[in-house]
Design a protein around this ligand. Structure first.
Ligand code: FAD
Ligand code: NAD
Length: 477
């Protein structure tokens, strides 16, 4: 007889492991099937985010930012550093140590909460049975009253640039998080979030980074006023970003990778030491469900779900990158909490209109809610308040006084509809706007909230004041 659980979660990334912990907290007997094998050739929890995504990328962004700052930017503070050297092996070892601590921490959380980790590949069969195939090929079938699929995503391949991380010449994000030498030149296909973050890491460490982006609009999902400012600032930082450029072929030679591409002026070639392919990610659905399970997929290959992450099968849910919506760790985790609470008979809910986005470049970009172009397209009347970090004392003291905060509020109700930030610690500042939107705050609510001085948050306050033309530290127009 198959062992039976209340809940089986397939996938132990930020969507799956959070769902499993929340289910266990709610008194449900829970197992999580996870197959990840880490760089030490050991089974690991945490998924893309902890092993080869959010955490290692942010660790390298932090390290490379320190190096860059000491090398290029500290003289203005009256600090002269005579010689700076890079120990890339140590930087990488620190990254690996942090990944090991955090992924190990999830194992400890599973133990503490009584979640059973079934190591291996999980496949949904009919009637909420799950086949688990271990590393040695042995299989076992377990079953549950409820199954949550959280199998995540993987990089999209393009035939013009086949990735081989082991060889290390044409790589995806996993390969680019693990270079053992700073490439002299790094080509990047796709100037999206991964291209910009990992391009920034290697640019700061000394690579010449050339980014080839297919479309004309830079960061099409972001507010376009912020995106234009970002493009200008990234170019100043040394990133060579070329829009409306399509890679047609690549060739490996003794000197690196020859990249053939086409732009508005015709066909070109360039040779780079390494090439990063970062053109988006696709859901992990290969071999996740047997045909007889009857699981439905949408036309783009994601598992089809409703607003509450219910699939077409009773008692089967799907969450995280494997379903519609932004591919963000916190979105997947909150879906996990929502589903666990609904399974336990509570009223789980997720506000998809208040999911923050962050791009951890320098300057950082962060936003929540509607962009100005979306409001225009939807015919929603709005007011704008902007405030530049150039007029913020704390940003000046930090030598980080570029960028702005832009608030968008409904022209009639004053309800906060969106907030877009480019500048220092945008990743942290945006949370004030997320909270405000969760509480259905108006821009007036933010304008009437006392903000400490001197803080970067004063830029949020001033932008809210600016919605009604009463910013205090800028000339209102
Ligand atoms: P995943 O994290 O992909 O986890 C899915 C898990 O399921 C994996 O562990 C996989 O091994 C397992 N699995 C798959 N199929 C099976 C199966 N059949 N049986 C058993 N196990 C299976 N997001 C942010 O919010 N902030 C960031 O700063 C950020 N930075 C990123 C940087 C990089 C370089 C990358 C690549 C991504 C980044 N992301 C970031 C995106 C983030 O990593 C994903 O949105 C997030 O990991 C999705 O969580 P998930 O649990 O849905 O999927
Ligand atoms: P992306 O969608 O952010 O960017 C991909 C870019 O590649 C787009 O600009 C697209 O126009 C371009 N592109 C597509 N095909 C191309 C081609 N053939 N040639 C040239 N350009 C091409 O995808 P990504 O950067 O791969 O990241 C994947 C996802 O991972 C993101 O959407 C995001 O959800 C998540 N992520 C989040 C963070 C974060 O939250 N800070 C960081 C990294 C990744």
């Amino acid at each position: 007889m198959a062992k039976t659980y209340d809940v089986i979660v397939i996938g132990g990334g930020p969507a799956g492991y959070v769902a499993a912990i929340r289910c266990a907290q709610l008194g449900l007997e829970t197992a999580c099937v996870e197959k990840w094998i880490n760089f030490k050739n050991e089974p690991a929890l945490g998924g893309t985010c902890l092993n080869v995504g959010c955490i290692p990328s942010k660790t390298l962004l932090e390290s490379s930012e320190h190096y860059h700052l000491i090398k290029k930017g500290i003289n203005s503070h009256g600090i002269h550093v005579d010689s700076v050297s890079l120990d890339l092996d140590k930087m990488m070892a620190r990254k690996e140590d942090i990944v090991m601590q955090l992924t190990g921490g999830i194992g400890a959380l599973f133990k503490a909460n009584g979640v059973e980790w079934l190591k291996g590949h999980g496949k949904l069969l009919a009637d909420r049975q799950v086949e688990v195939t271990a590393r040695d090929g042995s299989t076992e079938v377990v079953s549950a009253d409820q199954v949550i699929i959280a199998t995540g995503s993987q990089p999209i391949d393009i035939s013009a640039a086949p990735v081989d991380n082991a060889e290390g010449l044409i790589v995806d994000s996993t390969g680019a998080l693990d270079f053992r030498q700073v490439p002299k030149t790094l080509g990047v296909i796709g100037a999206g979030v991964i291209g910009l973050e990992l391009g920034s890491v290697w640019n700061r460490l000394g690579s010449k980074v050339i980014m080839l982006e297919a479309v004309e609009d830079f960061l099409a999902l972001a507010d376009q006023q912020i995106a234009r400012d970002a493009l200008r600032q990234f170019k100043k930082e040394g990133l060579d970003i070329r829009m409306a450029t399509r890679v047609t072929a690549t060739r490996k030679t003794a000197d690196g990778v020859v990249v053939s591409f086409k732009d508005t002026s015709g066909d070109h070639e360039m040779t780079v030491d390494k090439l990063l392919v970062s053109v988006g990610r696709r859901p992990n659905t290969d071999n996740v469900a047997a045909l007889e399970s009857g699981l439905l997929f949408d036309e783009r290959g994601y598992i089809h779900v409703d607003d509450d992450c219910r699939t077409n099968l009773p008692g089967v849910y799907a969450i995280g990158d494997v379903v519609r919506g932004p591919m963000l760790a916190h979105k997947g985790s909150e879906e996990g909490v929502m589903v666990a609470e609904n399974i336990a008979g509570q009223h789980g809910h997720l506000n998809y209109d208040a999911i923050p986005w962050v791009i951890y470049t320098n300057p950082e970009i962060a936003w929540v809610g509607k962009t100005e172009q979306a409001l225009k397209a939807e015919g929603i009347p709005y007011k704008i308040g902007t405030f530049p970090f150039a007029a913020n004392g704390r940003a000046k003291a930090m030598e980080a006084a570029s960028g702005m905060v832009k608030m968008l509020a409904h022209a009639e109700t004053d309800l906060l509809l969106g907030c877009h930030i480019i500048g220092p610690f945008a990743s942290e500042l945006v949370q004030e706007a997320v909270l405000a939107m969760e509480f259905h705050a108006s821009s007036e609510d933010l304008a009437r909230t006392i903000h400490g001085h001197p803080t970067l948050y004063e830029a949020m306050h001033e932008a809210a004041l600016a919605v009604h033309g009463r910013a205090l530290h800028k000339i209102n127009t």
